[in-house]
Design a protein around this ligand. Structure first.
Ligand code: ADP
Length: 711
């Protein structure tokens, strides 16, 4: 090979090597550049990380500070909790009452000394003991006074209680006479917190109070019994005064003497009524007032009482309204005497405290109750006094009021009676406008009682001429019960040709005479709604019965058939006289009795005591005997006993014996009837009552004692 070729070859190889070198240098440069950029990025990153590390480090430092603070706080809190716990525990230990906590498994968790002390140092009584074991310790160790109960029974009851949801407080007695009240509460975790309160002092105090109360009550009862006896003793002479005054009225007296007699009679009757109030009150106080329920016509009673009290409203020119709901039971089961007393007292008060205006009585049957409203337009009662007046001897102490007489016992007695009947009483009143006393009684229809009276229905139209609104309402209401539609007019002037009617009810208050022409075919009924008495028309206060009577006579209805008793016409010529023996030790009463029977055609023998009565029974064989109960030598009950024995021995018929007595304490009547007496009359003796008894008890084959009633 030539040199040129070789040189060319070398030059080509050198050039190739130079190109390769250049390329490598370029690559190296690029790699260096990349490395530089990476190194720069790394360095930036490093700076960032260093900053981050710095921040984290400072945060860590801050946290370390916080941690120290929290730790310190925790330590303080822990310390405080310990202090609080110690204080609480110290307090619990200081408390003289027992305190314990049981966990949800009924194991004792903690108990204070007072709780443990009751167990008298028993080692078993410590943390971890179960509640049933505590109960066992209590009974087995005689810690509890079981007062005669079997230990197992007691424990069973206690466990039942422990397992119940509502742990009722209970009282237990310990062997040493201590009384512990156990109050247990379930906590949210199932724990039970137990408190054992020492209530020994309270129990002893209560027992002492109870003893004092019983003593006071017995003293009060003794006082009431004394009062009752006193009033009884007062009634006996008062009986003489009233009786004699009554008899005096039957004699010829001039006007002046009549005035004196009336004054004696009225004063004595008023005094008797006060004595009766005191007697009633002392009976209630002595818990000796017993109600005597019997079936009675309640509507009739209300009507009767209203009629009796009507004159007192007339004296004061008061209007009197009465409305009795026809749905009242036909017969009511209750103590009729006490019912009358309640109503008389309330209506009496309404009249007494009402100087002008009206008094209204209404009785309605509402569901299971009878509601009685006694309303007046009188002086009224302050609101603050409305409760007070139902207390004994309480009156509205006010100058206005003092002009009225009274003992302040009426409402106290009334309230007690109503409550004893299962009812209630209240009052609503506005001073200067009037009062409304409302009492409610349970609607006790008597067994087998008649339903409210059947009201016949009339297919007629009526007009009612009555200017007084209340009384017009009462009349139209009553007429509605008879199915009568009525148009109400104030005066006859309002009557026009349009008015259709077959009957006109015209109250005396309408004053004008009815126009002649229109009424030729109509029936005009005069109704008296003013308090004056009148011989014409339906008398006041209007009653459903009176209306019925008038309508029955007018309307084309079949008249009720009334059985007429055949007159007996077999009066033998020479019948013997009725023989009466009366035993009475008090001379005044003997005189009263003699005078009261003066006009009767009888053989009367009066004896002074029970012994004489027994003798007279044997000597005279009376048809009827009146027997006082309290008599010297032998009392009425013993005498009656002996008479009954004599009758049995001789197989004689029973002689009716009527007790005449001022004894009216409850139970007296039963005791008297149990002693063999047949009837019972209380003093003061009333001529009419005695005559009625004689009339009732005179045998058929004997001369009629009342001459003017002879057949
Ligand atoms: P008394 O009528 O004997 O004073 P009560 O117990 O019946 O006793 O009445 C107590 C008091 O209640 C009366 O004194 C009177 O102040 C008041 N009071 C009773 N009823 C009425 C009434 N209808 N209007 C105003 N006050 C009355």
């Amino acid at each position: 090979m030539d040199i040129v070729k070789k040189l060319a070859q070398e030059r080509r190889a050198r050039l190739a090597a130079e190109r390769l070198l250049q390329q490598k240098q370029t690559e190296l440069f690029a790699a260096n550049k990349k490395l530089g950029a990476h190194a720069r990025a790394l360095s930036d990153d490093l700076v960032d990380k260093q900053a981050e590390v710095q921040q984290v480090r400072s945060e860590a430092q801050a946290l370390a500070g916080e941690n120290t603070r929290v730790k310190q706080n925790l330590a303080v809190a822990e310390f405080q909790v310990q202090v609080a716990e110690r204080r609480l525990w110290n307090s619990i230990q200081t408390v003289e009452d027992g305190f314990a906590v049981f966990d949800q498994n009924s194991k004792l968790v903690l108990a204070n000394n007072a709780y443990i002390a009751a167990f008298d140092g028993l080692e078993e009584m410590c943390e971890g003991i179960s509640y049933p074991d505590v109960l066992r310790l209590l009974t087995d160790e005689g810690i509890i006074d079981l007062e005669g109960r079997a230990p197992a029974d007691w424990r069973e009851d206690m466990l039942d209680r422990w397992q119940s949801n509502a742990l009722e407080p209970m009282v237990v007695k310990l062997w040493n006479g201590m009384y512990i009240k156990a109050i247990d509460r379930r906590g949210s975790e199932g724990d039970t917190v137990c408190l054992a309160l020492d209530i020994t002092d309270t129990i002893r105090y209560e027992a002492r109070l109870e003893r004092e109360r019983l003593k006071a009550e017995s003293a009060n009862r003794a006082k009431s019994a004394f009062l009752a006896n006193m009033t009884h003793e007062l009634r006996t002479p008062m009986n003489g005064v009233v009786g004699m005054a009554e008899l005096l009225g039957d004699t010829d007296l001039n006007d002046e003497q009549m005035l004196y007699r009336d004054t004696i009679h009225n004063s004595a009757t008023a005094l008797l009524s006060i004595i009766n109030d005191v007697l009633d009150f002392s009976k209630i106080e002595a818990e000796r007032l017993v109600l005597r329920p019997d079936p009675f016509d309640i509507a009739g009673s209300i009507q009767e009482i209203s009629t009796l009290l009507l004159p007192s409203t007339t004296e004061k020119s008061l209007k009197f309204y009465l409305y009795i709901d026809p749905n009242l039971p036909g017969t009511y089961h209750g103590d009729s005497g006490r019912f009358r007393q309640i109503l008389t007292n309330l209506i009496g008060n309404a009249i007494k405290f009402c100087p002008s205006g009206h008094v209204m009585v209404s009785a309605t049957a509402v569901d299971e109750e009878l509601v009685f409203d006694i309303t007046d337009t009188g002086i009224g009662i302050e609101k603050s006094m409305c409760k007070h007046i139902f207390g004994e001897f309480n009156q509205v102490e006010d100058e206005r009021n003092r002009q009225f007489e009274g003992t302040g016992l009426g409402l106290a007695i009334t309230k007690k009676l109503i409550e004893q009947m299962g009812g209630s009483i209240s009052v609503e009143s506005v001073v200067g406008e009037g009062s409304c006393f409302t009492f409610r009684l349970p609607n006790r229809r008597s067994a087998g009682s008649t339903p409210p009276k059947e009201v016949p229905q009339y297919n007629i139209k009526a007009i009612v001429i009555e200017p007084d609104e209340i009384s017009a309402r009462v009349i139209t209401n009553y007429l509605g019960h008879f199915g009568i539609q009525s148009t109400l007019l104030k005066t006859w002037d309002e009557l026009t040709d349009e008015h259709q009617f077959e009957v006109a009810f015209m109250s005396d208050a309408s004053q004008m005479a009815p126009p002649k022409g229109r009424l030729s075919e109509a029936h005009v009924v005069q109704i008296i709604t003013s308090n004056r008495s009148s011989m014409v028309g339906i008398s006041h206060p209007l009653s459903l019965g009176d209306l019925n009577h008038v309508l029955a006579n007018y309307a084309p209805l079949p008249a009720p058939i009334v059985p007429v008793e055949e007159p007996v016409d077999d009066t033998p010529e020479d019948l013997r006289k009725l023989r009466i023996v009366a035993a009475e030790d008090n001379k005044t009463n003997q005189l009263v009795l003699r005078k009261m029977l003066k006009t009767l055609d009888i053989d009367l023998t009066i004896v002074n005591n029970g012994q004489e009565a027994v003798q007279a029974f044997q000597d005279i064989s009376p048809d009827l005997m009146f027997m006082d109960i309290s008599m010297p030598i032998m009392d009425g009950k013993e005498a009656t006993g002996q008479i009954r024995a004599l009758e049995a021995e001789a197989e004689r018929d029973r002689t009716p014996i009527v007790a005449l007595t001022a004894h009216s304490m409850e139970g007296d009547k039963d005791a008297i009837l149990a002693a063999g007496l047949d009837h019972y009359l209380t003093k003061p003796l009333r001529k009419a009552a005695i005559h009625d008894k004689i009339r009732e008890l005179t045998p058929q084959d004997i001369c009629r004692p009342f001459p003017d009633e002879s057949p």
